[in-house]
Design a protein around this ligand. Sequence first.
Ligand SMILES: C[S@@+](CC[C@H](N)C(=O)[O-])C[C@H]1O[C@@H](n2cnc3c(N)ncnc32)[C@H](O)[C@@H]1O
Length: 283
Amino acid sequence: MQDVTDVPKRNRDAARLKMDDERLESHVKRAQELIGNDTKEVPAFWINKYKKEAAKNWDMFYRRNTTKFFKDRHWTNREFEDLAYQEGQSKVCLEVGCGVGNFVFPALIENPGLFIYACDFSKRAVDMVKDNEHYDESRCKAFVCDLTQDSLTDNIPAESLDLVSAIFVFSAIPPEKFAFAIQNIFKVLKPGGAVLFRDYGLYDEAQLKFSAASDKKLESNLYVRQDGTMSYFFSLEDLQSRFEAEGFKTLKNEYIYRETTNRRLELNVDRIFAQAKFQKPLA
Ligand SMILES: C[S@@+](CC[C@H](N)C(=O)[O-])C[C@H]1O[C@@H](n2cnc3c(N)ncnc32)[C@H](O)[C@@H]1O
């Protein structure tokens, strides 16, 4: 689950290239076969347990990995122009599912006019954010919150945010809880404010790996990792309909294709991400 999107600078342009049609077609064909043949569903007892214990499993993930697992996300200004600082401008953002701050700290350092609220349901992760040498209360407030059941307005004034970033967090949430999470975000955004979304796309290589293994599929497009954390894969239609159902307007919604190389295994891997921008309409 490493952040393979953070390709070395000199390879960025090459990595951003879309897969050519032929390659994409054969990838989709392979994906559909693998996923279509994956009928090994996990028993309901375990599905409920993974869903119920999601916060605990992520907390254990951070106990094991501390701050060492994800790389800092230095690509966010490039991918989300709303985030990038413009002279004299100040913005307030909330990062949902902030983990240990791999999005938060590069964004604060690169964008002087930014204030970031950062929340996660893992207390251990939030404590690591607060312990970071760059944590400065005049520019950041981190707090524990389960986006799928705790109201964000307990910590953030309603309709006060310019931006909400959701970077690889919705994939960790069971789909039946998306609606609550999206409504929760809607309430703290200003009219005209936007959600910046990036997550695993349908047929991403990680989904193919889950399908090839046994007993990983919980339900359609939802899988479980060895450590009990979950991963959902978004088609653009699915993503768009879920945000629009809660009142958002879709301004951007696209797949990002990246070819990454695993040098040790001498393998090229096709990653597919869903990237979108959803706006809360002006009143
Ligand atoms: C893959 S990590 C991404 C972390 C961070 N956004 C980043 O870009 O590095 C997913 C994070 O979402 C958090 N998370 C998952 N479900 C959540 C929920 N219901 N409420 C709050 N945080 C959640 C997990 O604890 C984990 O830190």
